[in-house]
Write a protein that binds this ligand. Structure first.
Ligand code: GBH
Length: 449
């Protein structure tokens, strides 16, 4: 067989799909769940497109057996989900809501019954509202409350969950949530508060790692999921690659450097000046505990070239192609370069692409079929560049497609569909799109088709 048409993935490569609690579960006030900042934010006028809320979403809370059968039918042996903190601790700390834990036990047992391995994110943005009222991520106490929450879920589920992800995308829940005000809680804080909030978030990550090490039992693994801003060298030549690497390191300095190197880089602290985060004794020991993998959410990138000794990031021209999600510039080389940069700079033991996918306002089905060739092409381009990384022995061990199903896309509400399974939000009918059938075959053959 000609090698040019046969793009194999390594043996034992992990194939899966990903979702998050707020985006699919619904049942926002059921069985003792407390409100999250997203329940609150989405009820404020003008925050979420069309006034949409996560109250019902995909009703996965009630329909999870059907959804798990679907995962199984698509041939996926791995599934990434998140636990809603306010389901477990309605006030963020204190009393445990047993019915919340029971829900995740049932969910995970059903996955295991179907021979699907759960990958569980502890926090995918749904902070208990009660904690926001005490300062949210501005408050160091939130990182401590997270530690107790992590202890609770790892103790309760650690016998059946072996793959833990501490936090999803710190730059989003801090940057968009507290700096730009576009995500919950919709705040616009000063640089000093923001830098401190970032510090509290990486501290929470450290708490999550500690909880897994203490209570995870045999074979438990843990890592962070980060969404690096990813510099693509304009030319794959040493000068542009070095410039891209510098740009990448700089933009991710506040998260990846402390976690992998146990300190903030001097250059980052200089940039912060008087607004640098306050670090308590012992923080870096907690933050930089060794992890088992780095999760990477990667959708897009930006182009960089060397300009003398500087790295020049190029602005996108108006005509540059993008998805319906306007931030999602189509730049598939980012999938390769994110793995290359992370490997070169931080040498994580393993990397998993924990999210990759694309948001479009899909057209209605033609003769019952959702012909999302645009999504299929995006995914194929992405995987081509990930396959290149695995060929070069960069330790990328798996891929989780975002997302299993169309869902509540945060501030975009129920527009910008990312699913390979269509959801009709009126009837809750699930219909696999063309991209799902394509992905199913790729997974089955462990190579690009
Ligand atoms: C991921 O974030 C999330 O983990 C997932 O929950 C989400 O559904 C998925 O992406 C698709 O969006 O304020 O308009 O400038 C991806 C990275 C970076 C995407 C910030 C949204 C901001 C958009 N995110 N971006 S905007």
């Amino acid at each position: 067989m000609s090698s040019t048409v046969n793009y194999p993935f390594p043996k034992n490569f992990i194939w899966g799909a990903a979702t998050a609690a707020t985006q699919i579960e619904g049942a926002a006030a059921e069985d003792g769940k407390g409100p999250s900042i997203w329940d609150d934010f989405s009820k404020q006028p003008g925050r979420v497109h069309g006034g949409h809320t996560p109250e019902i979403a995909c009703d996965h809370y009630h329909r999870f057996p059907e959804d798990i059968r679907l995962i199984r039918k698509l041939g996926l042996k791995n599934y990434r989900l998140s636990i809603a903190w306010p389901r477990i601790l309605p006030e963020g700390r204190g009393a445990i809501n047993q019915r919340g834990l029971d829900f995740y036990r049932r969910l995970i047992d059903t996955l295991l019954d179907h021979e699907i391995t759960p990958w569980v994110t502890m926090f995918h943005w749904d902070l208990p509202l009660a904690l926001e009222h005490q300062g949210g991520w501005r408050n160091r106490g939130t990182a401590e409350a997270f530690g107790t929450y992590a202890d609770t879920i790892v103790k309760a589920l650690g016998d059946r969950v072996k793959n833990w992800i501490t936090l999803n995308e710190i730059p989003c829940f801090i940057g968009l949530g507290y700096k730009e005000g576009r995500h919950a809680p919709g705040a616009k804080e000063s640089p000093r508060v923001i830098n401190q909030a970032y510090h509290h978030a990486i501290l929470a990550h450290g708490q999550g790692v500690r909880a897994v090490r203490e209570h995870g039992g045999r074979g438990a693994r843990v890592g962070l999921t980060h969404n690096p801003e990813t510099a693509i060298p304009l030319l794959e030549i040493p000068t542009d690659i070095a410039a891209a690497r510098r740009s990448f390191a700089e933009r991710n300095a506040h998260i990846l450097a402390p976690i992998f190197h146990g300190r903030y880089p001097a250059e980052y602290l200089r940039r912060c000046g008087a607004d640098r985060p306050v670090v308590a004794k012992g923080d870096f020991a907690l933050i930089a505990q060794p992890t088992d993998f780095l999760g990477i959410n990667i959708y897009t990138g930006y182009f960089v070239r060397a300009k003398g000794s500087r790295a020049e990031a190029l602005p996108f021209p108006a005509q540059y192609p993008r998805a319906a999600s306007e931030w999602l510039y189509l730049a598939p080389q980012a999938m390769y370069w994110v793995l290359n940069h992370c490997h070169a700079l931080y040498q994580p033991k393993a990397m998993y692409v924990t999210e990759n996918g694309v948001g479009y306002d899909d057209e209605p089905a033609a003769n019952g079929e959702y012909l999302d060739l645009h999504r299929r092409d995006y995914l194929r381009q992405s995987l081509l560049h990930i396959q290149r990384a695995t060929q070069e022995k960069i330790p990328c061990k798996g891929y989780f497609l975002w997302s299993l199903i169309d869902n509540f896309e945060w501030a975009d509400g129920y527009t910008r569909r990312f699913g390979i399974v269509h959801n009709d939000f009126e009837t809750q009918k699930r219909t696999p799109k063309l991209s799902a059938h394509w992905y199913q075959q790729v997974v089955k053959q462990n190579r690009l088709l």
